[in-house]
Design a protein around this ligand. Structure first.
Ligand SMILES: [Zn+2]
Ligand SMILES: [Zn+2]
Length: 464
């Protein structure tokens, strides 16, 4: 068995892994890098073309975040005969989010904010959508390739994380023995506000392909959801009661809906005043999908409807935004890391210099992203400058800045617990910055010295 990471494994970039198992070629996820554009955002699919022995029979997409699905249309362009597998909910999200991505790529080229030609068109996506094969959670399906020497069976396990998200369990025979592989993808062992914690196969397994997003975040494991909720409600209340606006940057899929559910609960319990909540873009359509699937996908409370949470559409003009900001109000908008050319970045520039406002982060924020730079400046004290937008230059940070741990990812102790539960012979660490993977590796080696831990690099051929 051969494993090759086709995307960077030492950051949250394009997730894409290739497995060659007894003649069958499998791709797990086909994501794009969130900050790159055009060909630079893609995983290194050319590695597959360079090796005559490598081909793609089946691809399994774990969930609809762009860093896992954004390059799927390009994978299909290059390997049109590949069978594509996912959950039903992920397919519904893909049919919404991939065309939105095609439109955004076209708009950026037209407006001159990008020179990259769109990677795919809406028309192509309409055809591709018919190729997606959907599966119920835990149902077994076949992923054996044409030249496969042994049958390979796959099952999708609920990953927690976001609507539709699944881990991938593979089993096949090799030299008369059954081999088992589990790919965690992005996973959350614990319940959030809407989505329950993940479900996992029984150990022991041979190989665990494990995410490590929060491996370098010691605070995440020291907080509890309850105390974070309390702190978040208090921070919102303080800002709103002094007439300020609260910006809550979120990932449009997942964190956005979970945050709306939380704010709704705060309002109903009287923990925060009943002020307008603004949302924008695809978040509203995603909320609708969360609601439509609430009886057919894992939920904590199937009766709860995200779209039922009163929300207003954010005005797109600077003037309209300024008017909205003049009143106490909450903005639940993307992107979560406040990348440039997103609404949260635009709003943050308008908010950051004013003492009465607040910016509250509720998800993962990389240090070198605008949200990470804002946090760092805020920790150094009021008035410290931060670069939210490079064209605009440094701005003094006077608003309240808070960070609350509601990540859709498991904290690192839980990931170690998952290792304990699955009892793999080998762990391959992916999807995490260098120090995150290093902490995970050290701890797995310390607690389970019998487990071999590998940190594959991009393009490295790992024989398992
Ligand atoms: Zn994800
Ligand atoms: Zn991810």
């Amino acid at each position: 068995m051969v494993f090759v990471a086709l995307g960077a494994t030492d950051e949250i970039g394009a997730s894409c892994h290739f497995l060659k198992i007894n003649g069958t070629g499998l791709v797990l996820d086909a994501g794009t890098h969130p900050e790159e554009e055009g060909p630079a955002s893609l995983p290194h699919l050319e590695l597959l073309h360079e090796n005559p022995d490598w081909h793609v029979d089946h691809a399994i997409v774990t969930h609809a975040h762009h860093d896992h699905i954004g390059a799927l249309p390009v994978l299909i362009q290059q390997f049109p005969h590949a069978h594509i597998h996912m959950t039903k909910a992920t397919r519904a999200l893909a049919d919404l989010l991939l065309p939105a991505s095609a439109r955004l790529q076209r708009r950026r080229l037209r407006e001159g904010s990008s020179t990259a030609r769109p990677l795919f068109s809406e028309k192509e996506l309409e055809v591709f959508s018919y190729l997606y094969l959907t599966h119920e959670l835990e149902d077994e399906f076949d992923v054996t390739g044409l030249r496969g020497r042994t049958p390979i069976k796959a099952r999708l396990f609920d990953a927690g994380h976001v609507l539709g998200a699944a881990g991938v369990f593979l089993r096949f025979e090799e030299e008369g023995e059954e081999r088992r592989i589990f790919y965690s993808s992005d996973t959350n062992l614990r319940p959030q506000s809407i989505i329950p914690g993940g479900a996992y196969p029984e150990g022991p397994i041979d190989v665990l392909l494990l995410e490590s997003t929060l491996g370098a975040d010691p605070e995440a494991e020291q907080t509890t959801r309850k105390t974070e909720e309390k702190k978040f409600a208090e921070a919102l209340r303080r800002t709103l009661e002094r007439g300020g606006a609260a910006l809550v940057p979120v990932f449009a899929l997942g964190r956005g809906q979970e945050t709306l559910a939380l704010i709704d609960r705060f309002k109903r319990r009287g923990l925060i005043p009943d002020v307008p909540v603004y949302t924008a873009g695809s978040m509203r359509a995603i909320a609708d999908l969360y609601d439509k699937t609430r009886f057919s996908t894992p939920r904590l409370n199937p009766e709860f409807q995200v779209f039922g949470v009163p929300q207003k559409r954010l005005p797109r003009s600077q003037n309209g935004m300024r008017k909205a900001l003049a009143e106490p109000s909450i903005y639940v908008v993307g992107s979560g890391m406040m990348f440039e050319r997103t609404i949260s970045n635009e709003l943050a520039q308008m908010i950051v210099e004013h003492e009465k406002h607040g910016i509250f982060l509720v998800g993962y924020a990389r240090e070198d992203a605008p949200a990470g730079r804002l946090l760092e400046a805020a920790e150094q004290g009021k008035g410290t400058e931060a670069v939210i937008n490079r064209a605009r230059g440094p701005q003094p940070v006077h608003c309240d800045v808070g960070r609350f741990r509601f990540s859709g990812h498991s904290h690192r102790r839980d990931l170690i617990r998952l290792v304990e539960r699955l009892r793999p012979r080998k762990v391959l660490l992916v999807h995490g910055e260098e120090k995150a993977r290093a902490w995970m590796a050290d701890n797995i080696r310390f607690f389970y010295p019998e487990i071999e831990v590998l940190m594959p690099e991009l393009g490295e051929v790992v024989r398992l």
